[in-house]
Design a protein around this ligand. Structure first.
Ligand code: 13P
Ligand code: SF4
Length: 310
């Protein structure tokens, strides 16, 4: 008799059905995780999905702040993080004490926190933003002065589009995006002169300047797969290539090689989740996101405010 071996994917499928679980994944996850996820999206879309799901368990394949956001929006649900070591170095650059002090120094400013912040820092915010909605949300605020944490580059990008407001920028940054220089993209443009350049606003200001398009991961996908250029140079994390090729395989998506950081524009933290870890948390229901009740209550206010604006 032939014995058919169960693969990890078979095990995940059986467990998610048995436990009424949903798997949400960010575009920077490994391709094999994107392929089995119930939903793949950018930070805003994932927050919305987490808010709308009727599953009992959410397995969040992303970094810690994303899983925490899902928990804050669903305190009654079990949110499991495949690898608790998958954090966001930029989120860790903004500390609760530091942001509190800045807020006290500028009582007339609105505190706008990028979703890439830890849960305790979110409790200090008037509103949360993602790279997709930041300009719209900031424009809607009545305050003329904005404290923006933690990404100085997304902050500068917003400030340029909202010149009527004054910005105080926290000096955080995303290491993989920061290390992408304009020269790397321009060298590729020499090889592919007809190519369009699309980048994430976490890239440094000089890199953003030379782009044809700047947007969130989902917005880059939409631009790259539908624009009239066959070759598109992409300035963001290399995990996006998998989804781009799935959505429109007829185009050529060119990602720069960045020798300074893990070989490419590569988020080592996003890659810490694996199929095996997803199977294990589903089986054992471990690595649950647990947050103090008062943090959930306070962090939910600026998150709900964002979701009511966009
Ligand atoms: P998006 O909201 O564009 O998906 O970005 C999340 C992120 O962490 C980018 O580094
Ligand atoms: Fe954080 Fe940058 Fe990784 Fe996004 S790509 S999770 S901002 S380190």
């Amino acid at each position: 008799m032939q014995v058919v071996e169960r693969t990890v994917v078979d095990e995940i499928n059986a467990l998610r059905k048995e436990k009424n679980a949903v798997i949400l994944a960010h575009y920077y996850q490994r391709g094999e995780i994107q392929d089995i996820a119930d939903f793949v999206g950018d930070s805003l879309e994932l927050a919305r999905k987490a808010q709308q799901t009727d599953a009992d368990i959410i397995v969040f394949a992303g970094v810690k702040f994303m899983a925490e956001t899902a928990k804050i929006l669903n305190p009654e649900k079990k949110v499991l993080h495949p690898n608790p070591e998958s954090g966001c170095p930029m989120a860790d650059m903004a500390t609760y004490e530091g942001v509190k002090k800045l807020k006290e120094q500028h009582p007339d400013a609105a505190v706008v926190a990028y979703v890439n912040t830890n849960a305790d820092v979110k409790t200090l915010a008037d509103v949360i933003v993602t790279s997709r909605n930041a300009v719209k949300v900031v424009k809607s605020l009545k305050e003329d002065k904005i404290i923006f944490v933690p990404d100085q580059f997304l902050g500068s990008f917003i400030a340029k589009q909202v010149p009527e407001k004054e910005f105080i920028l926290w000096k955080g940054f995303c290491p993989p995006h920061f290390n992408l220089t304009p020269d790397q993209l321009l060298a590729l443009k020499e090889q592919y002169p007809d190519a369009k350049i699309a980048v994430h606003p976490e890239c440094n200001t000089e890199t953003v300047k030379i782009a044809d398009f700047v947007g969130s991961t989902s917005q880059i996908i939409e631009f790259a797969t539908t624009c009239d250029a066959k070759n598109v140079i992409i300035g963001t994390e290399v995990g996006l290539k998998h989804w781009l090729e799935k959505v429109n395989p007829n185009k050529n998506y060119i990602f720069p090689v960045n020798a300074d950081y893990c070989g490419t524009v590569h988020c080592c933290d996003m890659k810490k989740n694996t199929l095996e870890k997803i199977r294990d948390v589903l089986l054992e229901e471990t690595n649950e996101i647990i947050l103090p009740e008062d943090i959930i209550e306070k962090a939910r206010i600026p998150l709900d405010r964002m979701l009511s604006i966009v």
